[in-house]
Structures are given as C-alpha cells and as structure tokens.
Design a binder for this molecule. Sequence first.
Ligand code: R1P
Ligand code: URA
Length: 292
Amino acid sequence: MDKRIAESELIINSRGAVYHLDVRPEELAHTIITVGDPDRVGAVSQHFDKIEGKFQHREFVTHTGYIGNKRLSVVSTGIGTDNIDIVFNELDALVNIDFNTRLVKKDLTSLQIIRLGTSGALQDSIPVDSFVVSSFGLGLDNLMPYYAFETTEEEKQLLEAFRGQVALHPGSASPTIFAAANSLSSHFGEGFHHGITVTCPGFYAPQGRVLRGTLSNPNLIDNLTGFSYNHHRITNFEMETSGIYGMGRVLGHQCLSVSAIVANRIRQEFSKDSGAAVSNLIKKGLEIIAAI
Ligand code: R1P
Ligand code: URA
C-alpha cells in the first residue's frame, strides 16, 4: 500500500521547496554536478550558456541552467558525508516523491550525479594538479552503515582484502565500498587516473595529518598506499565519495566522483595553484558531461 510521507520526514517550505536545499522539483535538472565549496558553484555555472535559476540555503547553493541543449544543476554539498546524506535524500525526493500527494512516484527517475572535487593523492605516481576518477568509494566514515544496501561480489572481495591489509583502530566505523557508475566513468578516459578513493570522516588525523597531538593509527597512510588487490590500488582520499556512491546505490542514481589532486601525501607537496587545478577540472569535466 502507498504510504504518505509525513510533514516531519519530508520537510517542504512555504515556497514549495525541499528544506535544506530550498529547491523546488521543477528547478532541478536531471544531470547534477556536486561540489564541496559553495563558491565553486558559480565557478561551474559561469560556463553555462544560460542560467535559469539560483537558490541558496545554508551551505547548499544550487544553480540550474543549460550548456547547449543540456540542462544541468550544480549543487554545493559542503564538507563531509553527513552533508551527502542530506543532499542526496533531498535531490532524490525532488524527482521521486510527489510533493502534492507526498507519495513515492510509480516511475522513478535515475539522476546522473558527478562530483567535481579536490583530493589528496596516496601514490607517488599521482602528482598534484592531476585528475583522479574514483573507480570505487571506500568509506571509513560512518554514514552508509545506517542504510540497508546490496553489494556486488567484487565489492565484497575488495572489502575483505582491505580488512586483511589495513588495520583500523578499535572503535572506528565498519568500512564500506561501492563502485562508480560505469555508464559515467567510461567517458573519463585520457587525462584521468583511475583508482579507489578512500573517504575519511575528517581532514587531519582521519587522513593521517597532525599539526599537534598524536595519531592513534600512525600506519594508516602507509597501509592505504600499500593496499593492492588484483589490479586495484588506492589512489587518493577525500571526504564525500563513498557517501555519494553509497547513496547512489541505495536510491538508484548513477554517480561518479572526479577530483583535482591538490596535495600529494607521499611527496608531501601541495599544489602551487590549486585554484587553477580546480578550474581546469571544471572545464574538462563540463566538456565531457555536456556531451554525455
Ligand atoms: C576538504 O578540504 C574538502 O575538500 C575535498 C574534501 O572531500 C573535503 O570536502 O573536496 P571539495 O574540495 O569538493 O570540498
Ligand atoms: N581534500 C582532502 O580531503 N584531503 C586532501 O588532502 C586534499 C583535499
């Protein structure tokens, strides 16, 4: 039986827009670019031929417009998978729940969602200012254990290999792994490294960085860099990808995460112009996305 979703669960504001994003169903395109930094939304939409609408509430900025005939929305998520939980549930609600009846629609829409972000490399061979496509998102954060989901045989094997090779400190979240949408990653060939991206619940100790204090797991970076299973290795880490891939799996959307490498943790280098690296990724990414 169809179940009406209560006002406390799906919050719709006086504009008829979803609570955190402040976007109405007709204001969202079905191809969506997510970025962490709210200021990066304008850096993406400046390349649109036409902007149809701009919306903002808290750190969630959305611009919807066109490149040629392709309708696109760019949405900022802020930092972390806790925000991914909010953004993905609300993006999904905008297309798959009828805001008048509060019932899940009979015909579901699968969104194409591509993250254009920044990241730190975990391999010497992946220099700053290069680009990485996440073949898998491996979560050390704590979002996806709250959801029920299915995993493939390959994901199960990768996770088992990871558990065997990478010691996590007692009390850390149970790791999860989800593959990228092949329908999207296949478009990102030349000029992109491909590999497993580890998603961390923080930028400092959870990524092996300390300015002061002591790490509980000082071997984390070495263990991640040394991980290998079949032809897979861990290329980089950041703070959203596993949530994006995991929520895509749960809600039935096609997701891809692409990062500009701004730090190389093995060489201990930071990009001399990370702004240029991000704007190069945006230009290259938009060329590909507009043609998909
Ligand atoms: C940390 O500086 C932030 O940068 C990365 C991380 O995932 C985290 O969100 O991505 P964005 O540049 O897209 O925010
Ligand atoms: N974003 C991260 O999360 N880590 C880095 O090292 C660089 C960008």
